[in-house]
Design a protein around this ligand. Structure first.
Ligand code: HEM
Length: 379
C-alpha cells in the first residue's frame, strides 16, 4: 500500500506541470530513475545538529504575547499531530508547517518540555521515514497547495500524514486511513472521547480515560477496518500518544492529579491551541504512564490479516517490554527505513547516514553496541 502511494505520488510528479518537486516532500520509496530526475533539482543541506537539553527545564508561561495563536493560512500545512499543530499555530514552529528536525526538537522541548533524548528519538524517526533528508525539511502534514483544496488521494506531499510508516490506525481523534482522511480532527471521535471523560474521568482526561479509550479505539478498528494494523512502530506510538495528553497538555502548575479538562482537550485536538495563560510542565517528560495504559487491556502487536475481526498477532514485531526497546530501534532501521531506501547513493546516502547516526545517538545509552549500519559503516 505504501509503495502504491509512493508510486502514485511519483506519477503526479511526472505529470507535466510548472510545479517543481517540493523541497519538503519525502524521497522515501522512490525508484532509482525517479531519484535521478529529482535529486539534481534539490539543494543538499548539511543537516543541522540537534539541540541539547534545555538549560532551564522549569515551569514556564508558553502561551505568551510573543506566541499568539493564529489560524493556519490556506497554504500552511497541518497534520495528524495536535502537539506539532499547536506549536505551528503559536509560532514555536514555522507557521507554514515545514521545519528541520533541529527546529522540531527545539520547539517540542521549549513548548512542551519533552525530554531531550526522547525528543531526538521521535523526531529522527519521523524525519527518516517522512522527511526530505537531502534538504533537511519535514512537513508536519499534507500539502494541499499543489493539489488544490480537495487533494486527490494520494496527495503529492503527505509528510507526517503518510500512512503506516509513522502515522497509524486507531488514533483517538483522527479516523483510520481506510476511511479516507487520517489527519483531520474528527468530531464524532472526540464526542466518544468526551463521553469516556464523563464516564471514567469526572469530565476530564486522565490515565483511566486514556486506558479505556485506547482499548475502545483498538476494538473499534479491529471490528470495522479490514486493513487495521498495529505493529511497530505504531504499537508504540498508539500508546505513547495517549499519555502525551497528560504529560504534555496538562498545565505545568497542576502537579497533583494531572487531568486535562474537556475544553482544553478540544483546544489542542481541534484548533491546535494552547489554553489561555498556559504553562508547560516543569518536568522533562516522555512516555511516563504508558505501562499503565498498555497493561489495562492486553493485546499483542498484530493486524487484521483477512478482513474485519481477523486480528492476528505478529511475533516478529517488538512489543513494549523494556527488554524489547532496542528491537524497536533495530527493526525500524532495518525494516522501515531500509525498505523505503533500498539502494541510496550520493547525497541521499550521505544524508541517510547522518540522520541514522542521530537516530542511534538518541538511544545509544540504552542500546550500547547495537548500532545498525544498513548501508555499511560510513567511511
Ligand atoms: C511534545 C511533542 C508532541 C506531542 C505533545 C504530541 C502529541 C500527539 C498526540 C496526542 C497524538 C494523538 C492524536 C490522536 O490520537 O488523536 C499525536 C499523533 C501524532 N504525532 Fe505527535 N506529539 C508530539 C511530537 C511529535 C513529533 C516530534 C512527531 C514527529 C516528528 C509527531 C508525530 C505524530 C504523528 C505522525 C501522529 C499521528 C499518529 C496517529 O495517530 O496516527 N508528534 N501526537
Amino acid at each position: 500500500m505504501v509503495n502504491f502511494v509512493r508510486l502514485c505520488s511519483f506519477a503526479l510528479v511526472l505529470v507535466p506541470t510548472a510545479t517543481a518537486f517540493p523541497a519538503y516532500s519525502s524521497l522515501a520509496g522512490l525508484a532509482r530513475e525517479e531519484l535521478d530526475k529529482i535529486l539534481p533539482t534539490l539543494e543538499f543541506k548539511q543537516p543541522a545538529p540537534p539541540p541539547g537539553p534545555l538549560n532551564d527545564t522549569g515551569v514556564k508561561l508558553i502561551n505568551d504575547a510573543a506566541h499568539p495563536w493564529k489560524a493556519p493560512g490556506p497554504n500552511d500545512i497541518r497534520g495528524p499531530c495536535p502537539g506539532l499543530n499547536t506549536l505551528a499555530n503559536h509560532g514555536y514552529l514555522p507557521r507554514n508547517g515545514i521545519a528541520s528536525p533541529a527546529q522540531i526538537i527545539a520547539a517540542i522541548q521549549e513548548g512542551f518540555n519533552m525530554e531531550n533524548s526522547f525528543a531526538r528519538f521521535v523526531t529522527y524517526a519521523g524525519h527518516l521515514v517522512d522527511g526530505n533528508l537531502v534538504t533537511d525539511l519535514l512537513s508536519i502534514g499534507q500539502a494541499t497547495k499543489e493539489t488544490g483544496p480537495a487533494p486527490p488521494a494520494p496527495a503529492l506531499v503527505a509528510g507526517l500524514d503518510t500512512h503506516a510508516v509513522f502515522e497509524g490506525d486507531a488514533s483517538m481523534t483522527r479516523a483510520d486511513t481506510f476511511w479516507g482522511d487520517n489527519h483531520s480532527f474528527n468530531q464524532t471521535l472526540f464526542n466518544e472521547l468526551s463521553s469516556f471523560m464523563d464516564k471514567f474521568g469526572n469530565g476530564g482526561y486522565n490515565l483511566t480515560v486514556a486506558s479505556e479509550f485506547r482499548w475502545q479505539r483498538i476494538q473499534d478498528s479491529i471490528s470495522t477496518n479490514p486493513t487495521f494494523g498495529l505493529i511497530m512502530p505504531r504499537f508504540f506510538t498508539v500508546y505513547a500518544e495517549t499519555v502525551f495528553v497528560i504529560n504534555f497538555f496538562v498545565d505545568g502548575r497542576m502537579t497533583m492529579n494531572r487531568t486535562l479538562s474537556k475544553d482544553d482537550a478540544l483546544g489542542f485536538f481541534q484548533r491546535g491551541q494552547f489554553p489561555d495563560d498556559w504553562h508547560r510542565s516543569g518536568v522533562p517528560s516522555s512516555t511516563e504512564g504508558i505501562d499503565t495504559v498498555a497493561n489495562a487491556h492486553h493485546i499483542r502487536p498484530g493486524s487484521n490479516t483477512n478482513g474485519v475481526n481477523t486480528y492476528t498477532p505478529d511475533p516478529t514485531s517488538a512489543d513494549l517490554s523494556p527488554e524489547q526497546f532496542c528491537l524497536i530501534y533495530v527493526n525500524f532501521v532495518n525494516r522501515n527505513v531500509k525498505s523505503l531506501y533500498p539502494n541510496p547513493t550520493g547525497p541521499l546516502l550521505e544524508a541517510l547516514n547522518i540522520n541514522l547516526q542521530r537516530f542511534y545517538d538518541s538511544v545509544a545509552d540504552k542500546c550500547p553496541g547495537q548500532q545498525q549500519f544498513p548501508y555499511g559503516k560510513p567511511q
